[in-house]
Design a protein around this ligand. Sequence first.
Ligand code: SF4
Length: 387
Amino acid sequence: MRKIYDSMEYQPNMQVLDSDLLEQVLDKTKNFNPYQYTKKDVLSVLEKDNLSISDFAVLLSPAAESCLEKMAKKSKLQRYKYFGGNVLLFTPLYISNYCENECVYCGFNCKNKISRSRLNAEEIEREMIAISKTGMREVLMLTGESPTKSDVEYIAKAVSIAKKYFSTIGLEVYPMNVDDYKLLHQSGADFVTVFQETYDSTVYAEKHPAGAKRCFPYRFYAQERAILGEMRGVGFGVLLGLSDFRKDMFTAAVHAKLLQQKYPHTEIAMSFPRLRPYKNHTETNPNDVHETQLLQMMMAFRLFMPFASITISTRERSGFRDNVLPLCATKISAGVNVGIGGHTENEQKGDAQFEISDPRTLEEIHNAILNQNMQPVYTDYINTSLL
Ligand code: SF4
């Protein structure tokens, strides 16, 4: 049996940054109480163009649920002001589902009996060729969190293969030290996304009983280490429904905001994943995060950080995904297969992380964007080596 360690303690080989960002974030979010606001407070915040942290708290409140139409109007204005009608498309590619963690909510957790697999370099290249043939120019590569089965060199190799076919490469892998991020950046990676899952350290410890992920502060500082490793952008997210979703959303956004103030050149992205069923575990506890609340969180964040990118994933159904594009979201995944492999005619090699809700093809999503008089965008960044 693995040793259960204190989730606030760094483990050997985990780099400790000289940064007080965690203290700052916890300090600015500790008195968050969304139940103290009234509709009048919400309407007054919606009159403003630049929102403070306390204004953002007001928009996350239950009182704001009765002002969603007004919020949508304002959110749409901001969305079009900074992004026009552009919708950036990307495809996720899972290259390995080995994981050494035991997150209780995830299908890849090492105790879950699923088919495990890892693509080799040749298989990765075949997948990338298949994806790039669809016209896609941005890929997000994902692994389970296993530094043994998918070490940094393996991921760097996958990135260098991706560089041949894509303008932009994002990574959603385990948190690493600055030098590892530097190596991945030199291999061609642009973005790193790490979900904190929940910022409630007690719930965090309960939901992450073992493995490197159990270390709360090491995960918290992943984005800052990625920036120091020269990544162009970083992504944030909480798993809505795992704990108090309003408090988690508030803290994630404050984390993103303070990091952007510290490193103004960095591109910031936010995702809004909700709990999904997975293989051998079909019951989820969404903790009352329904579409209404999800929409509220997304629009509140759009107003709080109008320049930040917002991603809407296939965890949500097609109608919802289409509706949030003109209101707040700027980036959408398409042609998704969350198993290992599966973009080629070869059979998918490993089981999926969760069940998706929007199985549409890239072409269908492209057309759905056009039908809303919006513009599907395949690259907003020129990789001159592809010219
Ligand atoms: S959430 Fe990530 S770290 Fe946790 S079990 Fe799933 S893949 Fe592994």
